[in-house]
Design a binder for this molecule. Structure first.
Ligand code: FRU
Length: 607
């Protein structure tokens, strides 16, 4: 007798109700608060109805009597906000039963939930966008939750971008590696999910690299992923792909690294000088990074730890990276250690700090003063930034999750949650005070999105604002390029405004030629009331000396990214305006200033 038949007899014995479904699903409610759902026909998907604020229900997937998957889904109780698909094709020809456990409700209440009539079998899943705020040209998952970028590698002309993914709802859960690919860093296609949870736990963040010399023995050019298995503890596991990243298999002897305390988010890279692999791992609660080396990606030797007492220590240390970068305009090279931290960011919640120093394959020696904290981006929405392995032309290209743990699951979208920042090329530069700083400019591919150009004549700036139009079509997504001369002004104000009376003010403050700040105020930017932590003022120091400043400001449907002075400072903030910002007003305080250049490029959608 099969499992479903056994469970059905048990259900009958303990007095449960049985609903015969006309929708190819047999649903039986048990007296103990479960529902047993059995497809009576084959189809590609079981469509699961989700209510964003409902508590998680546990769904056990049984195939041929064996528990094969456990999912946690916010199954709709009062209203269906959106649906997600569960792929049934791996079970083709096999019996599947879903044992759905609804906590904290009486059996008679369970039967009345709206999810039951909304559960259905389907051959297709409609993932057409229904979100007003879905970015036009930033990477997002088609549906479901996304946090950190993961497993990024470049191979045969393709940029691979995996990400922390919940395919069964738009909040953090069921952590898997989603997978997208692009040939130009701006047009992304989502591929099948690369790694799903296994017996060792959820698939947390990690990295991937191309094993050119077959050091791991999975074949020349195999793609090796190292990630954190987050189950009863956090351990590091290996998966490999022999088809260029299309599919991954797990290594049979996982985990490959275990540590005494919580450690996660391994970043691997080939160290040419060492002739071995290195790995950097966040010793999260100890607020330090652990460095390892290996000849074969499977056997790892602990080398050293870095970070106790360094930089910002106000939150857990996560998502590290370590790479060498040239110093702009010199032959010099230095190493940069990236450390994402949550909370403890300069404006609350999560942010990305970095350290500059030297690395010999064994030990990172930091040049930065331990008391100093350097931020890679001065907005509120730049987290889990890491770089691609193997990028072409010696590029060091980074991408970050464009959100903040303070409110990531409350932002006003439903079908999906969160986008990534624009991809950014990194370089070191020497700031006016002689110190080395990390610069981040939009990857050059971003320029290919420009689909028009309006140049405005240079203009004097005074206390009475000059107002310039921004494109209203295509939801106003555009890039604004500005060259400013502060002249004798103490402050230049830039105000983006829309028809709904919402606005974002940005100011350049000049205390003297050496001390300047760029500030963004998003309190009036649109919807902000979904979180008390969302309305915010963010401030970036402007490192370049002198009276001039250039800005590239990227507007998408729910974000503003500012890059100043060729990427010498960056600021990334989410905004949720009722309608696009369609004007830019410029004014100066405390003396005359000049707008030397203003060019606006409408940007084409990357969909
Ligand atoms: C950072 C992080 C990582 C972890 C992942 C889990 O945002 O907390 O440390 O691997 O998210 O989703």
């Amino acid at each position: 007798m099969n499992l479903f038949a056994k469970l059905s007899i048990l259900a009958a014995a303990i007095g449960i109700s049985v609903s015969a479904s006309a929708r190819s699903l047999d649903i039986r409610y048990t007296a103990t608060g479960n529902a047993l759902v059995r497809p009576t026909e084959t189809a590609h998907y079981l469509i699961l109805p989700v209510e964003d604020d409902a508590p998680d229900s546990k769904i056990e997937v049984l195939s041929g009597g064996t528990l094969v998957r456990t999912l946690y889904v916010r199954l709709a109780r009062r209203a269906v906000d959106y649906t997600v698909p569960f792929d049934l094709t791996p079970y083709d020809g096999k019996e599947v039963v879903f044992n759905i456990v609804i906590d904290n409700l009486q059996p008679h209440e369970i039967e009345k939930l709206v999810c039951w009539p909304a559960l259905r079998m389907a051959e297709t899943f409609d993932d057409a966008n229904f979100e007003k705020f879905r970015p036009a040209y930033h990477h997002t998952p088609r549906y479901g939750w996304m946090n950190d970028p993961n497993g990024m590698f470049y191979m045969d002309g393709v940029w691979h971008l995996c990400f922390q993914y919940n395919p069964y709802g738009s909040k953090w859960q069921n952590l898997s590696w989603g997978h997208s690919v692009s040939r130009d860093l701006v047009h992304w296609t989502q591929e099948p999910t690369a790694l799903e949870p296994d017996g060792l736990g959820y698939v947390f963040s990690g990295s991937a690299a191309v094993d050119r010399d077959n050091t791991a023995g999975f074949g020349v050019g195999a793609v090796i992923a190292l990630y954190t298995s987050a189950g009863t503890s956090q351990t590091q596991s290996l998966a490999y792909s022999t088809d260029g990243g299309a599919t991954f298999k797990r290594y049979g002897s996982n985990p490959v690294i275990t540590t005494e305390h919580e450690a996660r988010d391994p970043k691997i890279f080939w160290n040419e000088r060492l002739g071995r692999w290195n790995l950097i791992l966040a010793h999260a609660l100890d607020r330090e990074m652990l460095i390892y080396s290996s000849p074969d990606l499977k056997n790892w030797t602990f080398e050293s730890a870095f970070g106790r007492g360094y930089g910002c220590q106000k939150g857990v240390w996560e998502c590290p990276d370590l790479f060498e970068l040239p110093v702009r305009g010199t032959q010099e090279k230095k190493w940069v250690l990236i450390c994402n931290i949550n909370p403890g960011g300069p404006f609350g919640g999560s942010a990305t700090q970095y350290f500059v120093g030297d690395f010999d394959g064994h030990r990172f020696v930091c040049d930065t003063n331990p008391d100093e904290t350097l931020w890679m981006d001065y907005g509120k929405d730049h987290y889990a930034a890491v770089t691609w392995n193997n990028a072409p032309d010696n590029r060091r290209t980074a991408i970050a999750w464009m959100s903040n743990w303070e409110y990531a699951d409350a932002v006003p979208t439903l079908q999906y949650r969160s986008a990534n920042t624009l991809p950014r090329d990194l370089e070191l530069f020497r700031a006016a005070d002689g110190t080395l700083r990390l610069g981040a400019k939009p990857a050059k591919e971003v320029e290919s999105l420009r689909c028009g150009k309006t140049s405005f004549p240079a203009s004097a700036l005074s206390a009475s604002p000059i107002v310039r139009p921004l494109p209203a079509e295509a939801d106003g997504v555009c890039e604004i390029e500005l060259a400013l001369d502060f002249g004798r002004a103490r402050k230049i104000d830039l105000v983006l405004a829309n028809e709904a009376g919402e606005s974002v003010r940005m100011t350049c403050d000049v205390h003297d030629a050496k001390k300047k700040n760029f500030t963004m105020y998003r309190q009036q930017s649109g919807a902000t009331d979904f979180s008390l932590d969302f309305p915010a003022t963010t401030v970036a120091p402007i490192p370049r000396a002198g009276h001039k400043c250039t800005l590239r400001i990227f507007l998408d449907r729910c974000s503003i990214e500012v890059f100043g002075d060729d990427g010498e400072f960056a600021m990334t903030n989410l905004v949720f305006p009722a309608s696009p910002y369609t004007s830019l007003a410029l004014s100066a305080e405390g003396g005359a200033a000049r707008m030397e250049r203003l060019t606006v490029y409408p940007l084409g959608a990357a969909e």
